[in-house]
Design a protein around this ligand. Structure first.
Ligand code: NAD
Ligand code: USQ
Length: 403
């Protein structure tokens, strides 16, 4: 297949591009390198030493004897170039990772909120419009998030895969319908993913686009078989308070002897998936697109759920570290249960990497190996969700100082 990987220089996109390339697909990455620019803005770097995109692609050619194309293009602002590229390459499939993906960054300032909405919603909408305008019948696989469902809405009922069956009483009897699961985003970033869902529903219905939306949990781990083949292919590892996700942060914190930064009581339960399973799920989704004319196919892309405090205890037990209970900078439930259905991926052949298998390897081979690159002043999460400056200031004074 000829596949475009939008956001292919990112944490999920780079290993996916290599994996698909090795499986024999003709891969072109489209990325505006905005993630690297945000690192410069935040004065932080990936814990792992990632190489420039041109070098990454040259090394892949050297190692795997396969070419990957690269186009530096902003999907949110360069519609004409995008449409021309689609018309020229006529891809069979498009994997869409290209959005601003950090919840804390999206809540950090009015500018960041507006950028996140402008970037994410316009990128998705430009892609869909360009597909219709060019008549390119590519299957679209989009990376959504488990956070569109919110946490705690469904009580003890498992979260279904995208759609909810509802029964409505009418004068003529009971009416049963499947509707998009109610959206309950917890950050401006998560909000953009709920808006994406509506765009997909409309374009699938109106223009018969074939769309799969993957509601992915928190990705942990760093390397895949392909990225570990040469150090210059190494994947990024975000550990800072805005882009670092909880489990990778805990692993890195343990590696440098920093207390594990549990927000609040640590009773928040979230869904997780290893990066090796992410790339496999993308392949499975590409092999199983929905029919033209059907609603978007939604799959929950996660393999395990864990409470934040249990993760902290696990990492502390394996690597040794103290646990610090910090005031929670986010507005989120202090505790929640989380039951999630992921039957579709399991039925399609996914064999999950479990936390117990990958944790030690990740801790020793990555976090410990690159711990000297960590900047301890960037660890504590300082982006606050509070509704007023005053409350935010109160909370910031409770957090440990920057150095
Ligand atoms: P990332 O920030 O590492 O990668 C995103 C890439 O998209 C970056 O290389 C960035 O430069 C590019 N990009 C952003 N806006 C663009 C634009 N307008 N035009 C062109 N390129 C653009 O993020 P990631 O962790 O790889 O996440 C990829 C996708 O998966 C995101 O959509 C994210 O919401 C979703 N997701 C990630 C996780 C996770 O834990 N990392 C979990 C669930 C879902
Ligand atoms: N948390 C801590 N301590 C930390 C960091 C986080 O206790 O040092 C807590 C947070 O308060 C939250 C939970 O851990 O309750 C998860 O936070 P996270 O930063 O790991 O994940 P999140 O902000 O939800 O975002 C990440 C990705 C995002 C993706 C999402 C999947 O950045 O792109 O969409 O995971 S999900 O959470 O399933 O929606």
């Amino acid at each position: 297949m000829r596949i475009l990987v939008l956001g292919g220089d990112g944490f999920c996109g780079w290993p996916t591009s290599l994996y698909l390339s090795e499986r024999g697909h003709d891969v072109t990455i489209i990325d505006n390198l905005s993630r690297r620019k945000i690192d410069v803005e935040l004065e932080v770097e990936s814990l792992t030493p990632i190489r420039p995109i041109g070098e990454r692609i040259r090394v892949w050619r050297e190692v795997a004897k396969r070419d990957i194309g690269f186009v530096n293009l902003d999907l949110a602002t360069e519609y004409d170039r995008l449409a021309a590229l689609l018309a020229e390459l006529r891809p069979d499939a498009i994997v869409h990772f290209a959005e601003q993906r950090a919840a804390p960054y999206s809540m950090s300032s009015p500018k960041a909120k507006r950028y996140t909405v402008d970037n994410n919603v316009r990128a998705t909408h430009n892609l869909l419009t360009a597909l219709v305008a060019t008549g390119v019948d590519a299957a679209v696989v989009h990376l959504g998030t488990m956070g569109v469902y919110g946490y705690g809405w469904s009580g003890n009922a498992p979260i279904p895969e995208g759609y909810l069956t509802v029964k409505v009483q009418t004068p003529d009897g009971e009416l049963e319908r499947e509707i998009l699961h109610p959206a309950n985003p917890g950050s401006v970033y998560h909000l953009t993913k709920t808006l994406d869902q509506l765009l997909f529903s409309f374009y699938a219905k109106n223009d018969r686009l074939r769309i799969t939306d993957l509601h992915q949990g928190i990705v942990w781990g760093t390397q895949t078989e392909q990225t570990s083949r040469d150090e210059r292919l190494i994947n990024r590892f975000d550990y800072d308070g805005q882009y670092g996700t909880v489990l990778n942060r805990f692993l890195m914190q343990a590696a440098i002897g920093h207390p594990l930064t549990v927000h609040g009581s640590g009773g928040q339960t979230r869904a997780f998936i290893h990066i090796r399973d992410t790339v496999r799920c993308i392949e499975i989704a590409l092999q199983n697109p929905p029919e033209s004319g059907s609603r978007p196919r939604v799959l929950n892309q996660m393999t395990e759920t864990h409470r934040v405090l249990d993760l902290a205890k696990l990492v502390s037990g394996v690597m040794g570290a103290d646990i610090a209970y910090l005031p929670n900078p986010r507005i989120e439930a202090d505790e929640n249960d989380l039951l999630v259905r992921n039957d579709q991926f399991l039925a399609l052949g996914l064999q999950p990497t479990t936390l117990s298998e990958g944790l030690l390897e990740e801790g020793s081979k990555i976090a410990a190996r690159y711990r000297r690159r960590a900047d301890p002043t960037k660890i504590v999460a300082r982006a606050v969700w509070r509704d007023s400056m005053e409350k935010a200031d109160d909370l910031l004074t409770e957090l440990p100082p920057e150095s």
